[in-house]
Structure formats: structure tokens, C-alpha cells
Design a protein around this ligand. Structure first.
Ligand code: DOR
Ligand code: ZN
Length: 346
């Protein structure tokens, strides 16, 4: 029997939603993760410090009794965001980062940024005070093919922004391409990337081969196999600039299984079992802790968690529920399409 003990992990990119979905999903994160960066794309979005305080309270209220999970709040950047409000929210310890959604890039992003010039006063202030920017790195121009959106974003938005504001700390979230991995590896500082569980496991065939499979649809959309392999190599390398952000994004089944389904994959329940499997396949179980528990806190200037997590590899496959029932309806849990053998035991 193989056993692996690591520092308790954190999730550096998570959607918890609100109301009945929040209540239904929060335990799947707080069971395994000590902290998570909470995405602000609610309806309406979390734009001001006041919104973030109220949302943090709702998350803490929804937590199961006895769980010590810490939500790390973010603000949703708009062209009207007030730099003073952002600076005060950072100063008080309320927020960990600000999130840039290019308008129209994904779920509830229509209030995001159309013209980055309009957000420059906030971004300049963030660079000054050392507040990281989390970026959904895709352009939304209709002429750009959906599979090229990340690469074009790097070239036309991210690189110019980083040249203009080299002191700004940028987290390129849910990197899905070799272009993204190479860009981060080639940078000289102030740039890191999160990688999701599912992008280490699926390529675009999962969505399209043998029928259309909405539970594998997310944004950025999964790419070709060579990109998945680049992501696996980056995650398994232990390189400090790469760490886990699950982008676990619950939508109730009717919103996925329909003529125009939402983007998002719900991976919180089985993420650690999936990741142990991936790292074992990569012969890199010794790097799992760096990816899930050390590199993220180092980037955000926090101490790693004191508590530990133990995973055991068992002969019998570990079972997870295929759906999470919530007061708002059932949410399908990510199916990695292979049996999982690593079980979180404590
Ligand atoms: O697949 C995704 N789902 N990607 C995102 O960027 C947003 C998320 C959501 O909120 O559902
Ligand atoms: Zn997300």
C-alpha cells in the first residue's frame, strides 16, 4: 500500500456560486482544501469591497460546522472600478486579488473589461501596492477561433500589459495551451499560472468524440493533446510558477444539458484523487505537494498550511458520487474516464 502525506492543499481558482448551489457545494471544497481564491462572477458580480464582505459572510455561513476553510476574496474588475476602493480592500486584508474577465469571455463576464485602457488607473494602483491581477486569458473578438483565443490574448493583451506595467503581478489562470506554458516559463518574473485538474486529464476529444458531451465543456475549452501534455509537464515539474487552480465551476445539470449549455466542470469532490493519479502517471508524486500546497502560497506571499493531508493508494477503485445534489438541482461531478485509486484518508 502506498501512502502520501502532503501539506493540506489550497485551490487558487474556485467558483462557489451563491444561495442553494453554494450551500450544496461548499463542503466538497472545505473537506480537502484549507483556502481558495473565490471567483467573483456572481449575478450581479462582486465588484466593490462591500460586495466582497457580504459574499464572504455568506460563504462562511454556508460552511459546515467545524470546517476551518478560509475564502480568499477577489473583486471583479470593471471599467468603473474605483482604485481607492480596491486599495482599501487590500489594506484591510479583505481581498487577495482582482479578477480580469475580458467582456464576453465566459459565464457572467458581460460586465467585464472591453477596453483595458479604461482599467489602467486601477491596474497602476495594483502594481504600486503589490495586489495581484488574476486573468482570464482569452480574447473575445469573433474573428479569433475559440481554440486560438489564449495564444492571441497573450500576444495582443497580456504581453503589452506586462510591458507597460512590469511591476504588476499577474496570475494567468487556467492555462490550457503550450503557448501559455512557454510564455510563463520564458518570463523573468511577476507571472505565474494556475492549471486545472480537468485540463491535465482531458483534451478536446472528450467533448466531441462519440457524441457531444457537455460535462467536459469549459472555458478556456480543452485543446489538442500536445497542449495537455505541455500542461502535465509544467505541473509535474515542480516549477514554482505553476500551481493548482481547479476552476471547479458547478452548474446544475439542466443548464449544461441543453441546446446552449454553460461552460464549467465540477471537480471539487474528486480533484485530489485525480491529481494523485496524474502525478503518479508522470512519475512525479514527489512534486504533487509543490503543485497543490506550496507554490500557490509562495506566489501569494502566504505561509503553506500547517495541517497535512494523507492519500492512500488502494487496489479497489475509490468511488465518488456521480452527482452532487443541491437545493437548486443536481450537479454532475467530473468523470476522469479511468478508475481512481488514490483516496484521501485524513
Ligand atoms: O468553464 C468555465 N466556467 N470557465 C470560466 O471561465 C467560468 C466558469 C463559470 O463561472 O462557470
Ligand atoms: Zn473560472
Amino acid at each position: 500500500m502506498k501512502t502520501l502525506t502532503i501539506r493540506r492543499p489550497d485551490d487558487w481558482h474556485l467558483h462557489l456560486r451563491d444561495g442553494a448551489v453554494l450551500e450544496g457545494v461548499i463542503a466538497d471544497t472545505s473537506r480537502h482544501f484549507a483556502r481558495a481564491i473565490i471567483m467573483p462572477n456572481l449575478v450581479p458580480p462582486v465588484v466593490t469591497a462591500q460586495d466582497a464582505v457580504a459574499y464572504r459572510d455568506r460563504i462562511l455561513t454556508a460552511l459546515p460546522q467545524g470546517d476551518r476553510f478560509q475564502p480568499l476574496m477577489t473583486l471583479y474588475l470593471t471599467e468603473g472600478t474605483d482604485p481607492d476602493d480596491v486599495a482599501a480592500a487590500k489594506e484591510s486584508g479583505l481581498i487577495t486579488a482582482v479578477k480580469l474577465y475580458p467582456a464576453g469571455a465566459t459565464t457572467n463576464s458581460h460586465g467585464g473589461v472591453r477596453d483595458i485602457d479604461k482599467a489602467m488607473p486601477v491596474l497602476e494602483r495594483m502594481a504600486e501596492i503589490g495586489l495581484p491581477l488574476c486573468v482570464h486569458g482569452e480574447v473575445t473578438t469573433p474573428e479569433v477561433d475559440i481554440f486560438d483565443r489564449e495564444a492571441v490574448f497573450i500576444e495582443t493583451v497580456l504581453d503589452p500589459l506586462r510591458n507597460r506595467l512590469p511591476e504588476l503581478k499577474v496570475t494567468m489562470e487556467h492555462v490550457t495551451t503550450k503557448d501559455g506554458v512557454d510564455y510563463i516559463m520564458g518570463s523573468s518574473g511577476n507571472l505565474a499560472g494556475t492549471i486545472t485538474t480537468h485540463h491535465l486529464i482531458i483534451n478536446r476529444n472528450a467533448i466531441l468524440v462519440g457524441g457531444i458531451r457537455p460535462h467536459y465543456y469549459c472555458l478556456p475549452v480543452a485543446k489538442r493533446e500536445n497542449h495537455r501534455l505541455a500542461l502535465r509537464a509544467a505541473a509535474a515539474s515542480g516549477d514554482k510558477r505553476f500551481f493548482l487552480g481547479t476552476d471547479s465551476a458547478p452548474h446544475v445539470d439542466p443548464l449544461k444539458e441543453c441546446g446552449c449549455g454553460c461552460a464549467g466542470i465540477y471537480t471539487s469532490p474528486n480533484t485530489m484523487s485525480c491529481l494523485a493519479h496524474v502525478f503518479e502517471e508522470e512519475n512525479a508524486l514527489d512534486k504533487l505537494e509543490a503543485f497543490t500546497s506550496l507554490n500557490g502560497p509562495a506566489w501569494y506571499g502566504m505561509a503553506p498550511n500547517e495541517e497535512t493531508m494523507t492519500l492512500v493508494r488502494q487496489e479497489q477503485p475509490v468511488s465518488y458520487p456521480s452527482k452532487r445534489d443541491t437545493g437548486a438541482g443536481a450537479i454532475t461531478v467530473f468523470d476522469p474516464m479511468f478508475p481512481l485509486h488514490w483516496q484521501v484518508v485524513e
